[in-house]
Design a binder for this molecule. Structure first.
Ligand SMILES: *[C@@H]1O[C@H](CO)[C@@H](O)[C@H](O)[C@H]1NC(C)=O
Ligand SMILES: *[C@@H]1O[C@H](CO)[C@@H](O)[C@H](O)[C@H]1NC(C)=O
Ligand SMILES: *[C@@H]1O[C@H](CO)[C@@H](O)[C@H](O)[C@H]1NC(C)=O
Ligand SMILES: *[C@@H]1O[C@H](CO)[C@@H](O)[C@H](O)[C@H]1NC(C)=O
Ligand SMILES: *[C@@H]1O[C@H](CO)[C@@H](O)[C@H](O)[C@H]1NC(C)=O
Ligand SMILES: *[C@@H]1O[C@H](CO)[C@@H](O)[C@H](O)[C@H]1NC(C)=O
Ligand SMILES: *[C@@H]1O[C@H](CO)[C@@H](O)[C@H](O)[C@H]1NC(C)=O
Ligand SMILES: *[C@@H]1O[C@H](CO)[C@@H](O)[C@H](O)[C@H]1NC(C)=O
Length: 745
């Protein structure tokens, strides 16, 4: 690459030199016009590579003056526009030529000259050429008229042309029969009106008329750009309305109507339409909001409705446009799902840096505690897959700022954010956040809510994730929390917690963290007076560790658990087996598998699948069923947990009879946090609205409150699971609707 580039520049420098020599030697009369054109083209190339080609300016001017053909002269002009761009002293030499060509009857000559004017900067150009350029605006060929307006535009941009001279021809050009001339004229009116709006206020209806003609597609098809008619001309119209609005000229209502028509015409259009829409939105936004609210015929119609589709689009550019447009809109027009952050939070799911930056900017204008609560789950979803942590820092900082009460939501959310961002946040930052959390938890004395929810969320996160993915600082905080407050959870027992802690200890490798984990386990053991059999293996291993702290805590714990006061706990709760369940040869038998198997992961669910409820046994001896009692049946004063049939109208026997008769069956396994079957029965009878008939040991039977058509059997399984079996006579929909109405699908 390097050598290639070098050789190219060398070559160019060589060419420049050679050309300079040639041209000096030859003098113009001897050089054919065509050869001169070739030289000039090569020189332009050299110029663009950065070489000084001043020596050739004179030749370029001469070529534009006396090139034989129009194309030779145009090459001359082109070279002039390049070489003379910055008010070069030789520019004045071109003026004669320009004057001649602007008067030429050949339209190509006029075009070359008008083109050149757009590029030349010379103080004397305006005085010497303005009248001629204006005269070109009446030339029969439209291309000349159009180029004349463009030339005027550039002259106007560079110098103070008196408005008196400009106004009459430009007013005429707005009525030109050729649209391209009219559109060219709009671009210069846009400049003129900034200073002379008052003087030209009568033109507003003319601009409306031009704009309407475009919107209503009453112009030639050649002006269509990707489905939109003359988008640039429309943008100019919108800029002009903006100027009039600024100057308080014209009726805002009429302008509003025009903009709304424009917006409507952009519906379902793409590309340039997006730019027009954004311009319309900006324009509506500069209007007085109260006035704007009065203009709409339908009171509920929000003029900024159009942005919703952009915000909700899958295309990132459109989302961005929606966000940018939104920033212009007065908050009184923000729709509900903008104000509560829903739609903005939705855009953040894209995890695109540009969109994130803009969305954060939008959110910052409205953010408060309520909105944070509302959108935090959406943002947490976004954080899970985000490579860039800007959003995470922003969210955490806002939460710290706006949630000064430090209630349960704060604790849960911060813990979760720090977990889902894994190891991607700065360590010092994570440490600071963890200490804020710790402080909040330590500060809670009256109540237990914060500590309780911190345990629950940490348990959930540790259980469903590999602890190695978390920041070690987070893990350390998690261990501390579980150790200090584990007993406060209403969902998880100390044994559940110890099980998770042990799982973590087996996964993580860091010695310090392992020590922290053991300390947490120690606290659980001391409180609950129980320990899990799997711990022994871990302790034995840690005892041999070269790390003194780890070794010491392992020794301490080994000593503690050797005390008879501490009960060795095997997996689940102890099953106090009722006679009824003992009689069942198929009852769950895998109660102690945790102790048998160090991993504690081998549920014998396959056993369970075949497990037949105890009712089957009672059925054989069941008495005749009484039809009337089969009907409905409910007594709220259930004596749950009793081993006798309750006073429910359907008896266990009847249930058993039907159980055998009913053919359609469906089984599900669910997780639960209680270990006591009668507690589970109570809980489910409320939350599922079922009537419990009888609880026997680790099983219970029930029917649906609303109809007796569905038989329900629940059996507790090890590992916080229970199995639900549903039976119905013939219609599977009943089972289906039972599950769906309770969201158990
Ligand atoms: C956004 O789009 C989704 C489908 O892509 C749609 O379900 C939802 O209603 C849209 N939201 C709004 C506010 O239009
Ligand atoms: C992350 O995103 C922000 C905007 O959201 C951007 O300014 C920043 O440069 C991005 N950082 C990296 C490392 O890409
Ligand atoms: C971590 O746990 C959360 C909450 O339960 C879950 O949504 C997420 O998918 C888990 N992440 C991994 C990597 O398993
Ligand atoms: C423990 O479980 C594993 C797989 O879950 C199994 O291969 C192994 O035999 C089990 N060990 C005992 C002692 O049950
Ligand atoms: C109950 O009856 C079924 C057949 O209906 C039979 O297979 C089963 O052995 C009987 N059980 C007892 C305990 O009598
Ligand atoms: C059925 O039950 C009703 C009342 O519940 C009772 O009057 C009737 O005698 C019973 N019939 C049989 C056949 O047991
Ligand atoms: C129960 O009622 C049905 C009709 O509803 C009848 O056919 C059946 O014989 C009755 N059974 C008993 C045991 O009375
Ligand atoms: C159920 O118990 C309540 C009091 O706990 C009592 O008022 C009510 O009469 C009882 N209902 C029945 C059907 O026994």
């Amino acid at each position: 690459m390097m050598t290639q580039a070098k050789s190219k520049t060398e070559e160019a420098s060589h060419v420049t030199e050679e050309l300079a020599n040639l041209m000096h030697k030859m003098g113009l009369p001897d050089v054919s016009s065509t050869r001169m054109r070739d030289y000039l083209i090569r020189l332009m190339h050299c110029y663009m590579l950065g070489y000084a080609v001043d020596f050739s300016i004179i030749y370029a001017i001469m070529a534009s003056q006396s090139g034989e053909t129009a194309s030779d002269r145009r090459a001359g002009y082109l070279a002039c526009t390049l070489f003379l761009a910055h008010d070069h002293e030789l520019g004045i030499m071109l003026i004669n030529t320009l004057q001649r060509d602007l008067k030429s009857q050949n339209y190509l000559d006029r075009c070359s000259a008008l083109n050149a004017i757009c590029y030349l900067e010379h103080t004397e150009i305006v005085d010497s050429l303005l009248a001629l350029v204006v005269a070109c605006m009446e030339f029969p060929k439209q291309v000349v008229r159009k180029k004349a307006i463009m030339a005027l535009y550039f002259l106007f941009e560079r110098s103070n042309i008196p408005i008196d001279q400009l106004e009459p021809p430009l007013r005429l050009s707005l009525e030109d029969k050729d649209s391209s001339v009219v559109f060219a004229s709009l671009s210069i009116w846009k400049l003129i009106l900034v200073d002379h709006g008052e003087r030209c206020k009568d033109l507003l209806p003319t601009f409306f008329a031009i704009h309407r003609k475009i919107i209503e597609n009453r112009i030639h098809k050649s002006f269509i750009y990707h489905g939109v008619y003359a988008p640039w001309a429309q943008m100019d119209c919108l800029s002009i309305y903006n100027i009039f609005l600024d100057l308080n000229i014209g009726s805002p209502k009429e302008i509003y109507i025009m903009i709304m028509e424009c917006l409507e015409s952009m519906e379902k259009k793409v590309d340039a339409a997006f730019a027009v829409v954004l311009e319309c939105v900006k324009l509506l936004s500069v209007m007085d909001p109260t006035l704007l609210a009065c203009f709409s015929n339908e009171p509920d119609k929000n003029p900024f409705e159009v942005l919703v589709n952009y915000l909700n689009a899958s295309n990132l550019n459109l989302k961005y446009l929606g966000l940018v447009g939104m920033m212009y809109v007065d908050h009184s027009f923000w729709k509900d799902d903008w104000l509560d952050g829903t739609l903005i939070a939705g855009t953040l799911r894209t995890c695109d840096d540009t969109i994130t930056a803009q969305a954060i900017q939008n959110l910052d204008t409205i953010i408060d505690h309520k909105i944070l609560v509302h959108i935090s789950q959406d943002l947490i979803e976004a954080l899970k897959s985000s490579e860039n942590q800007t959003l995470a820092y922003w969210l955490l900082n806002r939460i710290m700022e706006h949630d000064t009460d430090r209630e349960a939501w704060f604790i849960e959310t911060v813990i979760e954010i720090l977990a889902v961002t894994a190891k991607r946040l700065d360590d010092d930052y994570v440490e600071t956040q963890c200490s804020v959390l710790k402080e909040a938890l330590l500060g809670e004395v009256q109540d237990t809510k914060l500590r309780e929810c911190s345990v629950n969320i940490i348990y959930k996160l540790i259980k469903s994730n590999n602890s190695n993915t978390f920041s070690p600082l987070w893990v350390q905080f998690a261990f501390w929390t579980l150790g200090e407050n584990g007993y406060l959870s209403n969902l998880y027992s100390e044994i559940d917690i110890m099980k998770q802690l042990e799982k973590c200890l087996m996964i993580i490798k860091d010695d310090d963290l392992q020590t922290c984990g053991l300390q947490a386990i120690k606290r659980c053991i001391l409180r609950s007076k129980t320990w899990l059999s799997g711990l022994e293996k871990i302790l034995k291993e840690y005892k041999r560790s070269p790390v003194p702290e780890k070794q010491q805590i392992a020794r301490e714990l080994l000593e503690i658990i050797s005390d008879v006061e501490f009960e060795k706990q095997l997996q689940e709760t102890d099953y106090t087996l009722s006679t009824a369940i003992t009689a069942n040869p198929n009852k769950p038998t895998t109660i102690n598998h945790f102790s048998k198997n160090g991993t504690g992961r081998s549920t014998s669910l396959s056993n369970v699948q075949q497990h037949i409820p105890f009712i089957q046994e009672t059925i054989n001896n069941s008495a005749q069923l009484n039809n009337s009692s089969k009907k409905h049946m409910y007594d709220s004063n259930l004596s749950l947990g009793s081993h006798h049939a309750s006073d429910t109208e359907m008896t266990t026997k009847e249930f058993g009879k039907l159980w055998v008769e009913y053919k359609i069956e469906e089984k599900r396994v669910f997780e639960c946090s209680v270990h006591d079957c009668s507690k589970l029965a109570k809980r489910l009878s409320k939350s599922w609205q079922i009537d419990v008939i009888q609880v026997i040991g680790q099983e219970f039977i029930a029917i649906e409150t609303s109809s007796a058509a569905l038989l329900i059997h629940v059996a507790m399984l090890p590992q916080n699971l229970f199995q639900l079996t549903l039976k119905t006579e013939s219609n599977p929909d009943q089972i289906h609707s039972f599950l769906t109405t309770r969201q158990l699908q």
